[in-house]
Design a binder for this molecule. Structure first.
Ligand SMILES: Nc1nc2c(c(=O)[nH]1)N[C@H]1C(S)=C(S)[C@@H](COP(=O)(O)O)O[C@H]1N2
Ligand SMILES: [Mo]
Length: 370
């Protein structure tokens, strides 16, 4: 390290604003993209995403955990602080939930300008069968005190973000933390969690964007004040400027995606199709809400027609849809949009925010029919 390097600030890309309008990607974005893979959109075919296809997002490094030395501490404003081994947790009542998880930054790279961060297009999704024990039971056994207002979840992975050295930490209100579906999870798709998905234990909060589902859980604390850490206040905010606090990012917004039809051009991913009848397929989800409608467009959003919805899925899982298209020779931009059971519909135009959060604008797929 040279003299000039001391006191260097992180990160040091672009003009230092952390934003760019350059359509090219920075090395720093590529570096993150390799570590944090997405689900190829043809993976929308499966009800349950094969574990190796599920998206990944890890801010820092995957930590080293010795399963024999590991335990979970539950402390803070509780009557009976406890320390549980993995065996203790597995002996508690178990429950499996099929959950569609999505990163809050999904769609970030489709904004202009964009925040220089994990450059997701549309692939930060996956659906898994998560098995664990309801957090509610563990909190009841610990005995929350009246003065507790939030539950804080501490991961064992550490790094620097927003110039702060930190462990990955997020909190939930007592009301959210004690919902029946919130799980302390030790299995994904019927097998022990893999290291990158939070082995040996993670939180899974169905319906919320992925950042809430803290991996590599080490301790849980009942606290008397809302937690103010970086991952609550510095990040995961809907804001228009870097200075304004903005609103917290929380539940997953409605979205539909299609399996890109036909065959891809290797580089551009433009699709090539034969003329004739085509069945478009995909999935739609809305976090805690259901899907009431899916529509497709073959003319870039000028006109829309209703797709056929598949049977009602498990309550936190994506719902299948299909649409028939009689494709004549030409060039098309295919689109799909969903509406949730509260009437929220995906926007066709991007609704920009500075951190690139919750961008659920409709997917466009360029197609050439021959
Ligand atoms: N400890 C810890 N938990 C974490 C993260 C992290 O970096 N560290 N990333 C979060 C984010 S932003 C997402 S989207 C999900 C991704 O979970 P997955 O990698 O199992 O798909 O984990 C969340 N939990
Ligand atoms: Mo995320």
């Amino acid at each position: 390290m040279t003299q000039q390097d001391t006191g260097r600030r992180f990160p040091t890309v672009g003009d230092g604003s952390g934003m760019t309008s350059d359509p090219r990607f920075y090395r720093e974005e590529l570096q993150l993209a390799f570590r944090n893979r997405g689900m190829p959109l043809e993976g929308l075919r499966y009800d349950i995403t094969p574990t190796g296809m599920h998206y990944l997002l890890t801010h820092f490094d995957i930590p080293e955990v010795d399963p024999n030395a590991w335990n979970l501490k539950i402390s803070g404003l509780v009557g009976n602080p406890v320390t549980l081994s993995l065996g203790d947790i597995k002996a508690l009542p178990s429950r499996t939930e099929v959950v569609t998880m999505e990163c809050a930054g999904n769609g970030r790279a489709l904004f202009t300008p964009r925040s220089v961060s994990q450059p997701w297009l549309l692939e930060a999704i996956g659906t898994a069968e998560w098995t664990g024990t309801p957090l509610k039971g563990v909190l009841e056994a610990a005995g929350l005190k009246e003065t507790a207002v939030e539950i804080l979840f501490n991961g064992s992975d550490q790094g620097v973000q927003g110039e702060e050295v930190q462990y990955y930490q997020r909190s939930l209100t007592i009301e959210e933390a004690t919902r029946d579906e919130v799980l302390l999870v030790y299995e994904m798709n019927g097998r022990a969690l893999e290291p990158q998905h939070g082995y040996p234990l993670r939180l899974v909060v169905p319906g919320w964007y992925g950042m809430t589902s803290v991996k590599w859980l080490e301790s849980i604390e009942a606290v008397g004040e809302p937690f103010n850490g970086y991952q609550m206040h510095g990040s995961y905010r809907y804001a228009q400027t870097a200075d304004e606090p903005g609103e917290p990012v929380d539940l997953i917004r409605v979205r539909a995606l299609m399996v890109p039809p036909g065959i891809p051009d290797f580089l551009t991913r433009t699709r090539l199709l034969d003329s004739g009848p085509v069945t478009l397929t995909g999935r739609a989800w809305a976090g805690r809400l259901g899907i009431s409608r899916v529509e497709t467009s073959t003319d870039g959003g000028a006109s829309w027609s209703d797709a056929q919805l598949s049977v009602q899925p498990p309550r936190f899982a994506w719902r299948g849809w299909t649409a028939q298209w009689n494709a004549a020779a030409g060039r098309y931009t295919l689109m799909v949009r969903a509406t949730d059971t509260e009437g929220n519909r995906q926007p066709v135009e991007p609704e920009w925010n500075i951190q690139g959060m919750g961008n659920n604008m409709v997917q466009s797929v360029d197609v050439i029919v021959e």
